[in-house]
Design a protein around this ligand. Structure first.
Ligand code: 6PG
Length: 240
């Protein structure tokens, strides 16, 4: 991993050690937010990789009733339906000590994410900013959040000066499955975030990370927008 700045990559020997370390770092960021404001805000991605981190975080003693959890992205399905990130976050994070945290979802009753974008942005505008911590994942295709390669809406998603969330229509792939219609936080939602963790694990994610760090168009691997962002306090973690 020659191209990687060593200070930004943390390699762990196991999911358990990564989860413990990253969860405590996120908790520290949320505590700092609680000290400075009445509330703290944590943006959480779906995917299997963050699961052990959320499990560890849910066991940490924080004033969770003052913590808002917001989804980083959502498939256009209602809570309880297959593929719902909201349901995933409720099951993996919002239990144990974290049961009293408040959750802001990214799904509205509208027919599609384009129609729902204004309502979702109104919802997000009510949250304190900047956010205190964000957990990001990455797919083998180089997407992060719902910033999918060459997706409709990608330009808006990468805009640091526009709305906080936008609709995405992804090209169908093995990674998207049937869920090509999405709502995602944009780069603007990450402005000023105290801490950002990109979580990766396994050989294929390692290869994708290497590819993303190599020179190439952001639209081919939108995670590059995060990796190249000089204003984002991004820490990358990897474990086997
Ligand atoms: O909304 C989705 O389609 C997923 O949540 C997706 O964005 C996921 O975060 C990455 O594909 C990494 O997933 P894994 O961590 O399971 O590899």
């Amino acid at each position: 991993m020659t191209a990687m700045k060593a200070e930004r990559l943390r390699e762990f020997s196991s999911a358990a050690s990564a989860a413990d370390s990253v969860a405590h770092d996120i908790a520290a960021a949320l505590e700092a937010g609680l000290r400075e404001r009445d509330v703290a805000v944590f943006a959480a991605s779906g995917g299997s990789t963050p699961r052990p981190v959320y499990q560890a975080l849910s066991g940490i003693d924080l004033d969770w009733a003052r913590i808002h959890v917001v989804l980083a992205d959502e498939r256009w399905v209602d809570p309880g339906e297959a593929g719902s990130n909201e349901t995933f976050i409720r099951e993996t994070l919002l239990h144990d000590r974290a049961a009293s945290a408040r959750l802001t979802g990214l799904k509205s009753a509208h027919d599609g994410p384009q129609a729902g974008a204004d309502a979702i942005n109104a919802r997000l505008s009510a949250l304190p900013r900047p956010f205190d911590a964000v957990v990001l994942g990455m797919g083998d295709d180089g997407h992060s959040l719902s910033w999918f390669p060459h997706a409709q809406g990608l330009d808006q998603a990468l805009n640091a000066k526009g709305p906080l969330a936008c609709a995405i229509t992804a090209h169908a792939s093995a990674v998207t499955g049937v869920h090509t219609q999405r709502m995602t936080l944009t780069r603007a939602a990450l402005n000023g975030v105290r801490r950002a963790d990109l979580l990766t694990s396994g050989a294929s994610k390692r290869a994708a990370l290497e590819a993303a760090l190599a020179h190439g168009p952001v639209a081919d691997m939108p995670v590059r927008a995060l990796l190249q962002d000089q204003h984002l306090p991004l820490t990358i973690s990897w474990w086997p």
